[in-house]
Design a protein around this ligand. Sequence first.
Ligand code: CO8
Length: 259
Amino acid sequence: MKAFESLNVEIKEGIYWLTLNRPEARNALDAKMLEEIDTALVEAEADEDVRVIIIQGAGGKSFAAGADIKQLNTRKPLEALIPGMQGLYQKLENSKKVTIAAVNGYALGGGCELALACDIRIATNKAKLGLPELNLGIIPGAGGTQRLARIVGKGRALDMILTGKIIDGEEAERIGLVTYFVSEDELTSKVESIAGDILKKGPVAIQLAKFAVHKGYDIDEGTAMWIEKLSQAVAFGTEDKDEGTKAFIEKRKAEFKNR
Ligand code: CO8
């Protein structure tokens, strides 16, 4: 496992815990941290035992307060065209592992966009989420304009982006921006319990289901149905499908092998 400056990582029982660790800057995502997240994702992706990636923020005040504004201040127009944060979050969304954002404290701008790129989001009573980029004269440019609208609908996304309003975890759950709302004390156990449910499933089926949902969402329904069908054909060819169906018939727990 690599050593990082701005991250803490730990692998425990199939879970890759990725903790953003710049609490003095509210875990703002500077170039170094983005590079390290990229490296951590490559590491997690290559590890067959890792099935779930959980992203959280250190320090109890913030998940991530967005891109590092001091670094943004000197960015030139063409630098916005590099894959950068947007490309990194696309990698995250395309990961074959299940990704969970555990949001305690601020998830603003690029921090909120990081959570939006995860498969499942959990917010606590201390969470504050928003896309306040317009206050800085820029727009949410790490997938926020697209993913927020897809997740909460165009009207709510426009309201949040154009006003820059910050919402709490309870409202985030109400509008569907996060999947679960829990108290700060319950966060770790909730995340572990969701990860535990995922770890019981066949890894190939998890990957195929995730791919079908994400890729199918952006295209016409007929083509998306074919993605689903072809993904199912792949699943039907796995030993895990034989094991899963056999275990049900034999009234026992399935032992999936990832093949
Ligand atoms: N960047 C750099 N430093 C930050 C950031 C940030 N985003 N957020 C906080 N910090 C630093 C502060 O400067 C401060 O540093 P110092 O102690 O040296 O003065 C330290 O963290 C603590 O901050 P505060 O004293 O402000 O702490 P509070 O608890 O009072 O407030 C907040 C916390 C509400 C999070 C507040 O710091 C804040 O509003 N931060 C900025 C939030 C923001 O606007 N985020 C959006 C950034 S833009 C973005 O994410 C763009 C993404 C897309 C880019 C695509 C590029 C192509």
